[in-house]
Design a protein around this ligand. Structure first.
Ligand code: ZN
Ligand code: ZN
Length: 396
């Protein structure tokens, strides 16, 4: 969203108020009226983490009581399908054809699932992009982490690390819209942040808490929690009382699911500050803060490249976006604040505005190595096919 001045003055400090779209104006200088009732609760948590980590860089992977509790819940939930399988099989063996089979079906539906590996179409091979892979090698060496086993490319303004498949293959996903628009050193920061998650073991931890994130959602779905209550009660369907009861049970599962997800995502947020620390060590403080500001500016940047897609292609994006970013230096503080207003309880990441401020609060660090313009341009050439695809999506 674009931020505009309003000519209204702040009742607290008398400065001019800012406004984003049609939303309520706020004061960028004293943060009066910045938060909405919804974001107030979420940002209380955000600010607690901010206060903790802006004073001191987090040192090692976080092990919080909440994180330990989530793993225990996950292990217990992970055992449920096996219990159901055994119980169902035992009932079947004893001739109970009424209850045995549904238990087996339930066991199957709740089975632990490993994320599937992305299709070959999205994978990038080393010989297709030698310069990019060399950069990943350098970042991995500087961060002290193994090189990811697969690299995938997606059309997103994002990047991620994951573990997937039976062998729990490590993967790095690079979103073209984000990568293509960054400065060379911000690219180093992006890769270092993502590989930083591998250093800290975050993808493995995420896989471990997966039952917490999915079991109750699956149950809620099975019990018809997403059905319309009016439909269930007045829709004239058969077995109404039974269906209504299931609907209610489903709704309870749904509430449990939302609560567990909020806790799991919130616990994960600490890991983001740790990964930002790795990015600072490898790419330097300036590039890391710049990367986080590009994240705070995500929606206006996406709108800009989409709006100019007819005349500006991927080759023009870095200059276009750098110009846009530079022109908003004065409003940058307000853009960072806006990420707080948009904060929700179920965000997997802390507001990027706060992350940028945390990075600036830490002792400033010079980069471990610098990616040259030439190398960066060579990577662009290697990714031209994927950039073209991303550009085409904007034109469609
Ligand atoms: Zn004010
Ligand atoms: Zn991250």
């Amino acid at each position: 969203m674009e931020i505009a001045r309003t000519r209204l003055t702040c009742p607290e400090c008398g400065e001019e108020l800012s406004r984003a779209g049609d939303d309520a104006p706020w004061c960028a200088s004293c943060e009066w009226n910045l938060l909405t009732p919804a974001s107030k609760l979420a940002t209380r948590w955000d600010r607690a983490l901010f206060a903790e980590f802006s004073k001191q860089r987090p040192g090692k992977p976080p092990r919080t009581p909440l994180g330990v509790a989530l793993v225990i819940v996950s292990v217990l939930l992970g055992l449920v399908p096996f219990g159901l399988l055994g119980w169902g099989a035992w009932l079947l063996a004893n001739g109970s054809w009424l209850i045995g089979p549904p238990l087996l079906v339930l066991a199957f539906l709740l089975r632990p699932r490993l994320w599937r590996l992305p299709g070959k179409d999205y994978r990038l091979r080393r010989e297709q992009a030698p310069t990019l892979f060399t950069l990943i090698d350098r970042v991995a060496a500087a961060a002290g982490t193994p090189v990811p086993e697969i690299v995938t490319i997606s059309s997103e303004y994002n990047a991620s690390t994951y573990r997937a498949g039976f062998r729990r293959t490590t993967g790095l996903d690079i979103g073209t819209y984000l990568f293509a628009t960054l400065t060379p050193q911000q690219r180093v920061a992006l890769l270092a942040h993502e590989l930083g998650h591998q250093v800290n073991g975050d993808p493995a931890r995420l896989l471990l808490v997966q039952p917490t994130l999915t079991t109750f959602g699956t149950l809620a779905n099975m019990f018809g929690a997403y059905e319309n209550m009016r439909e269930v009660v007045f829709g004239g369907k058969s077995m109404m009382p039974m269906r209504f009861l299931m609907f209610l049970v489903g709704r309870v599962f749904l509430v449990v699911q939302v609560a567990l997800s909020v806790l799991a995502f919130r616990d994960r947020q600490r890991a983001e500050y740790l990964a930002d620390g790795v990015a600072v060590d490898v790419a330097g403080s300036e590039a890391t803060a710049g990367l986080l500001d590009r994240s705070a500016l995500a929606s206006p940047i996406m709108r800009l490249i989409a709006y100019r897609a007819n005349t500006k292609g991927p080759a023009d994006w870095p200059a276009l976006v750098a110009g846009f970013h530079a022109a908003r230096q004065e409003e940058l503080c307000a853009y960072r604040q806006l990420t707080l207003r948009e904060s929700t309880l179920w965000d997997s990441h802390p507001p990027s505005g706060l992350r940028a401020r945390v990075v600036e609060a830490w002792p400033q660090k010079a980069p471990a190595f610098v990616l040259s313009e030439q190398e960066s341009a060579r990577i662009d050439a290697e990714l031209a096919r994927w950039y073209g695809r991303a550009h085409q999506r904007l034109l469609d």
